[in-house]
Design a protein around this ligand. Structure first.
Ligand code: DUC
Ligand code: ZN
Ligand code: ZN
Length: 477
């Protein structure tokens, strides 16, 4: 490892705007034009037959975070980011949850933990879940000014904000320049359906999917779109699962509402039926919102193809299938007492590479834009997510011919099972570079713990020319 110039020759290089056989040059940890470095002094690597893409940017992962039920994730920054690198992801955005400290103090605490553990470059979304303190909004503004340009709010999960509070966050984001990311599901519909299922003895994991009705997502997404429209404030709708929500987002974007949306591999490839296995085991696939149907898969691919869905993140939420995680409330506990979430940091890029590049579901540039460029741009991660002069030299060397079938426990996180067991993919990262250094070679991590850097986000990356509602302008002028 070092900062010596490097030339990678002869690979198929896919960027956000090009796809073809070319050479790539790296100097001082950045991509540069091959003509600008001295071939005599550079290290040359023959990459004929390989595919090169930017390093993955995963902007939705839970690391060292307590769940709504008070359970700590199975992964530390070390184990989570190790598996991320092995799957070709070099930048992560995880969460700084609200604690009794100020927002900035909590973010500092997370930055400190990441500074000793993380091997990926990283940033944090600030979770706002309690605005009751008189200084809460002022504190939140300070955290944004300190370089945390995204705020996460919930409409459910026992940590939801009221509509009125969400308005305060949107107004603040507008003034300070921050992206508001939302877990959008209607809490009342979920609560009523869950209570009714449990009262009738429908307690197995498969009922979890029923307990999060489609209309809960549709309602919350449609309402958040109206809020984004009122304030003309950029909103990112996390983990979209239903085709109706895709349609609502498409029509909002057509009207010029500053709304963007994410989905995840488990909503593209898994179904609600996957939870229908005997006993507790379906808990391994429990997440919120739940997986849906093949019809929803098709709508999401259509949504990705036409830009309605901008990004695919993992929503890595790691819980072991034992008493520390999924079975913390004991074997046979009802679905509402089981932690939600699947591991995904290591599998997101390979699953998407297989679907888009190997199987040709979209063009290669769509893979890069979905998994690298757009996540970075929308989350204000400067110089991340593409291969172009001046960008950080984060890249993945793929062997496009390796075919691999996932096994029951072959991920390098700390979960102990792979929810993609039995899934066969083609294409695997053989080498990964982060800022010009090889951090994965032959499926082995070489990066020291804590070698990932915090990515300050001094400015908001999205520019919107949306105009707010007349009443907003009247009220604020
Ligand atoms: N859903 C989330 O929104 N986050 C963590 C895990 C989950 O299932
Ligand atoms: Zn969520
Ligand atoms: Zn999540």
């Amino acid at each position: 490892m070092g900062t010596k110039d490097i030339i990678l020759r002869g690979a198929r290089v896919i960027t956000s705007s090009s796809d073809g056989i070319t050479d790539d040059a790296i100097s001082d940890g950045k991509f540069t034009a091959p003509t600008s470095i001295e071939p005599q002094t550079a290290t040359e690597i023959d990459c004929t037959g390989a595919v090169l893409t930017p390093g993955g940017v995963d902007v939705h992962c839970h690391i060292e975070q307590l769940s709504g039920m008070g359970l700590m994730n199975a992964d530390t920054f070390e184990t989570a980011t190790r598996s991320a690198l092995l799957g070709g992801t070099t930048t992560t955005v995880s969460f700084s949850p609200q604690t009794k400290d100020t927002f900035s103090a909590s973010a500092k605490d997370y930055a400190q933990r990441a500074s000793t553990g993380a091997m990926t470059d990283h940033a944090f979304h600030i979770i706002a879940s309690d605005l009751s303190a008189p200084s809460a909004l002022q504190d939140l503004a300070k955290a944004v000014q300190a370089g945390h340009r995204s705020i996460k709010v919930f409409t459910t999960y026992n940590i939801q904000l009221s509509d009125r509070e969400i308005c305060d966050v949107l107004a603040l984001a507008n003034t300070e320049g921050a992206l508001v990311c939302v877990h959008a599901e209607n809490d009342g519909l979920i609560g009523w359906t869950k209570d009714t299922l449990l009262a009738r003895g429908k307690t197995e994991p498969k009922w979890h999917a029923v307990s999060h009705p489609r209309l809960a997502e549709i309602d919350a997404v449609e309402r958040l779109i109206r809020f984004a429209e009122f304030f003309a404030t950029p909103v990112m709708l996390f983990h979209i699962s239903t085709h109706e929500a895709v349609d609502a987002i498409r029509s909002a974007k057509t009207r010029g509402v500053p709304v963007w949306a994410e989905t995840c591999p488990h909503y593209l490839f898994m179904r609600a039926d996957d939870l229908d296995v005997p006993g507790d085991e379906g808990a391994k696939w429990m997440c919120s919102p739940p997986q849906r149907t093949e019809h929803d898969h098709a709508a999401r691919w259509g949504g990705r193809a036409d830009g309605t869905l901008s990004i695919v993140s993992s929503d890595h939420a790691p819980y072991r299938y034992d008493e520390t995680g999924k079975l913390a409330a004991g074997p046979g506990a009802d679905f509402s007492k089981k932690a939600n979430g699947l591991p995904g940091l290591e599998t997101r890029m390979p699953l998407m590479f297989d679907a888009i590049v190997s199987q040709g579901r979209l063009d290669g540039q769509a893979f890069v834009r979905t998994c690298c460029t757009e996540p970075a741009r929308l989350h204000s991660l400067a110089n991340k997510g593409d291969i172009a002069p001046g960008y950080d030299a984060d890249l993945v060397v793929w062997d496009p011919n390796t075919t691999r079938t996932f096994g029951p426990n072959d991920l390098r996180d700390n979960v102990g099972d792979n929810p993609w067991d039995g899934t066969t993919i083609t294409g695997w990262p053989t080498r990964v570079m982060r800022r010009g250094e090889w951090v994965v070679v032959d499926d082995q991590v070489r990066a020291p713990c804590g070698s990932g850097r915090w990515c300050p986000r001094p400015h908001m990356g999205i520019k919107t020319d949306a105009t707010p509602a007349t009443e907003y302008t009247q009220a604020t002028s």
